[in-house]
Design a protein around this ligand. Structure first.
Ligand SMILES: NC(=O)c1ccc[n+]([C@@H]2O[C@H](COP(=O)([O-])OP(=O)(O)OC[C@H]3O[C@@H](n4cnc5c(N)ncnc54)[C@H](OP(=O)(O)O)[C@@H]3O)[C@@H](O)[C@H]2O)c1
Length: 388
């Protein structure tokens, strides 16, 4: 469980704990929140726990010992990648937030694991490389993002046949700022952006939902996961978040997957697939919900969606550039250093300035990621200087 202390981590561990005869959480990881990690170790008694920040290692080791747990303590990203690829697990749940999840996700794919992929940023950064690793090492990738998991279910776990499948339709809740105009968004705060109407998620993905960048990242993710060209991936706003996505077939049939907005459903699907187990989530009560509505996204106000399509069209390292610029801009917004509408502006500027290269190997992608972070950070400090 990579990212055990996060929102997806909590949902995954809830499902795992419901089926002790079937699942054991053998490796748990966190970035820095060592007390939360030790609390999870008390509850789930894994064989290994990893804290990525090395300076927290002693706290983890001593905390586990003080709790009388047999769990072995590890530190650093290399230990994380080694455990994800090692013999202590056959399934890896990749739920680290951001490009930081890339190395361990790739390590799990290269070790041929069942990979439950929530860390969408690694697909946006290195989709070609990751999917090649999945194919070459016969890993089994099951998408955990609810939209892609819905498509996976509608396709019965098979690859999309471009002759039979006409379009993928990703649904978007619209986030907390649905139907708002630019004037209102100019003063949106981090607390408002993180106050999602349907989903309880980590702060970074909550802001991505509010800007519609989350949907943009998901368009790129769908392109790589299902081999679908960008022009055959559409987005439809569906404020109730009951239909998680749809697959339109050549004969006009549209298959949809429905469920409550609770990630335990997709995690249970991924853990048990092709079987089905209890996730702790009831089915949606459609009679009580009454109506499901759909509308096109407001692409002019929420410019991040088209920036993602543009990065997909540019290809190569453009996805890495888009993702890195977004991570820098969202972090600055969460810290109150820039406004909500500055997020797409920083990303557009970084994409314009970048020299997109073919995404040949991980070094090229990581160089594009670093260059984009540097460019976006420099732009933010110029902006801060101008405002001072
Ligand atoms: N939440 C959802 O409902 C949802 C839905 C679909 C997809 N996703 C995707 O799932 C991923 C996780 O989202 P989340 O909402 O669960 O995030 P979150 O609540 O912020 O949790 C992030 C997890 O990653 C760890 N982490 C952060 N930075 C790290 C680093 N540099 N190295 C290693 N570990 C690091 C955190 O550890 P600490 O606790 O120590 O900081 C935490 O365990 C994201 O890619 C997101 O887009 C989430």
């Amino acid at each position: 469980m990579l990212g055990a202390t996060g929102s997806i981590g909590a949902s995954a561990l809830d499902v795992i704990a419901r089926h002790p005869e079937r699942f054991t959480a053998s490796v748990l990881s966190a970035n820095a929140r060592v007390e939360d990690l030790i609390a999870l170790c008390r509850r789930h008694r894994p064989a290994h726990a990893v804290i990525v920040q090395p300076e927290r290692y002693a706290d983890l080791r001593d905390g586990l010992a003080a709790a009388g747990l047999p769990t072995r303590a590890h530190a650093g990203p290399e230990a994380l990648a080694a455990l994800a690829a090692g013999p202590d697990c056959d399934t890896v749940i990749a739920a680290i937030v951001g490009a930081a999840g890339m190395a361990s996700t790739l390590a799990a794919a290269r070790a041929g694991k069942r990979l439950l992929l929530a860390n969408k940023e690694s697909v946006v950064l290195a989709g070609d490389l990751l999917m090649s690793a999945v194919r070459e090492h016969a890993a089994e990738l099951i998408p955990i993002d609810s939209e892609h998991n819905a498509i996976f279910q509608c396709l019965h776990g098979q690859a999309a046949d471009l002759g039979r499948v006409r379009r993928l339709i990703l649904t978007a809740s619209g986030g907390p700022f649905l139907n708002r105009g630019r004037a209102e968004l100019a003063h949106a705060t981090a607390a408002q952006a993180c106050n999602h109407p349907n989903w309880k998620m980590g702060r970074k993905i909550s802001v991505d939902s509010a800007t519609l960048m989350n949907k943009g990242l998901e368009v790129i993710e769908a392109h790589w996961l299902f081999g679908m060209p960008a022009e055959r991936i559409d987005v439809l706003v569906h404020p109730q978040s009951i239909v998680h996505s749809m697959v339109e077939h050549a004969d006009g049939s549209v298959l949809a997957q429905m469920g409550r907005p609770d990630m335990r459903t997709t995690l249970a699907c991924g853990l048990a697939w092709p079987e089905r187990v209890d996730s702790g989530v009831a089915a949606p009560d459609l009679g009580a919900i009454g109506a499901l509505s759909f509308q096109p996204p407001d692409r002019a106000t929420f410019a991040c969606l088209d920036l993602a399509y543009a990065a997909l069209a540019a290809g190569g390292t453009a996805g890495a550039t888009l993702n890195a610029a977004n991570e820098v801009a969202v972090a600055a917004f969460l810290e109150g250093r820039i406004g909500f509408l500055d997020i797409p502006a920083v990303i557009a500027d970084t994409l314009d300035a970048a020299d997109h290269q073919p995404a040949g190997d991980l070094d090229v992608l990581l160089a594009a990621d670093a260059a984009a972070r540097a460019h976006a950070a420099a732009r933010l400090s110029r902006q801060a200087g101008a405002m001072a």
